[in-house]
Structure formats: C-alpha cells, structure tokens
Ligand binder design. Structure first.
Ligand code: PGA
Length: 257
C-alpha cells in the first residue's frame, strides 16, 4: 500500500522566522497525526534552524536541491552529506525551475539521483513537459527520456525509495493546473513505464505525485485518482491554513492503493 506523500515546496519564500510561524499555524490547524508523509521543503538557510522545531512534530523537512558530490570546490552548492548530517532525507531533484533557470539537465538529475539513493535518502524526482511539447504530442516522449536518463546506473535495490513528481511546466505557478484526467493519465503511464522497464513490484511501491497549481480546492480530486499518491504544492503551501486543508483532504482519502 502506498501512503500519501504531501510536499510543500516553499521555493525562495519564508525566512526562518516565517517558517517558525508557519509551523505554529499548522499545528494550530491540525492536532492529530496525519496518515501520510508530510514534508516541508524550506530554503537551505532554514533547514537546520527549523530541524529542531520540526523534531517534535508529525512533519518532516526536505531539501529543494543538492549537489551530487560529497565535498569540493563547488561554490554555492550543498552536499548530500550536509543534509544527512542534520537529519534531512527527502530531497527534490530536477525541479523544472532548476532545469529552466539553473542549467539542470537529465544528466545532472541522474548524478543527483545516484548520490541521493546511495545516501539512503528519499528523492522526489520532478518531471514534466512544456506547453509546446504537450501541444506537439510529445508528452510521453519527454517523460520517457527524463525517467530513463534519471534512472541510468541507479542501484536497483534503491528504486523503492524513489518518488516521481509529475509537474507539467505549463501548470506550475500559473493557476492553470492539469485536469484530474490529464494528471491521472500521465501518472498511470509513469507506473506502467516503470513496471515494464523495471518491474511491477517496484511500480507498485513507488509514489507518483502531481504538482502544478494545486490548491486546497483541488487536492482531494487529484488524490482520488488511482495512480496519484501525493501532491507537490508550491503557492498553496506557503499559508498554513491552506496547506492544512490539503493535509486534511489527504487524510480523508487515506490511500488504499
Ligand atoms: P505551484 O508550484 O503549486 O505554485 O504551481 C508547484 C511546484 O513548483 O512544485
């Protein structure tokens, strides 16, 4: 059975103080332990500062990115070891904003995925097509390339720790979310692809998330889809009330998938 995975991607928002207020707000809204995994990805400067405050809660912290090397002359980068040292195991890899603005490629995504799995982390690999690619009918071609290259030489025994976040680029931060049917169609395709190219038992374990303009109103609909096991939430995750409603929506649809 796949537990829900609900991820808040704060991007470059919320200082340490704002992160602490968010947590207080979330705890005010939700008293009981959520059934799924709830992960908040703040900016790097907040990770250590928030780790103590998160320790006593039902929520976990994740990183928005990392480098694949352990140490070295990589100015401005963060080693997987530094994350593991402070107890961070969830990490987003290959978010489309990293690909668009910071030169991330399928090759660097692959290196990061290998590093993350070797460190026994829980990588969430972001994949998705652009608007142009969708209009050209290339969605599945793009996803096939992104998934195949991401998994190259990743140790097979670590496959179960990997989650996929389907985030169509045209839906991110635009308010123009995918329809439930579009998201389910792609999630099902991803699961079949993993099943055929890896094996069925892994495809059955790996969690597939949808991301792109998810709101408290649409969360339940996405989570009701057969192959969608979680959500990657940007804008709506910045407000504790809105994020709490998304967590509640997830709890009301406890996964039996
Ligand atoms: P959004 O961002 O929910 O604001 O569209 C999602 C993401 O980029 O992960």
């Amino acid at each position: 059975m796949r537990q829900h995975l609900i991820v808040a991607n704060w991007k470059m928002n919320h200082s340490v103080q704002e992160g602490l207020s968010f947590l207080a707000g979330l705890q005010h809204e939700i008293k009981s332990k959520p059934h799924g995994d709830i992960v908040v990805c703040p900016p790097f400067t907040s990770l250590y500062a928030l780790s103590e405050a998160f320790e006593e809660t039902h929520y976990q912290l994740g990183a928005q990115n990392m480098h694949w090397e352990e140490t070295g002359a990589f100015t401005g980068e963060i080693s997987p070891n530094f994350l593991v040292e402070i107890g961070i195991r969830f990490v987003l890899i290959g978010h489309s904003e990293r690909r668009q603005h910071f030169g991330e490629t399928d090759e660097t995504v692959n290196k990061k995925l290998i590093a993350a799995t070797l460190k026994r982390m829980f990588p969430i690999v972001c994949i998705g097509e652009s608007e142009k690619e969708r209009h050209q009918g290339k969605t599945f071609e793009v996803l096939q390339r992104q998934i195949s290259q991401a998994l190259t030489e990743v140790p097979r025994e670590t496959f179960k720790s990997i989650s996929w976040a389907y985030e169509p680029i045209w839906a991110i931060g635009t308010g123009n979310r995918a329809t439930m049917e579009q998201a389910q169609e792609v999630a099902e395709w991803i699961r079949n692809f993993i099943s055929k190219n890896c094996d069925a038992s892994i495809a059955n374990i790996q969690r597939i998330l949808y991301g792109g303009s998810v709101s408290e109103e649409t969360a339940a609909g996405f989570l009701s889809q057969a192959d969608i096991d979680g959500l990657l939430v940007g804008g709506a995750s910045l407000d504790p009330k809105r994020f709490a409603e998304i967590i509640i929506a997830s709890d009301q649809r406890i996964s039996t998938k």
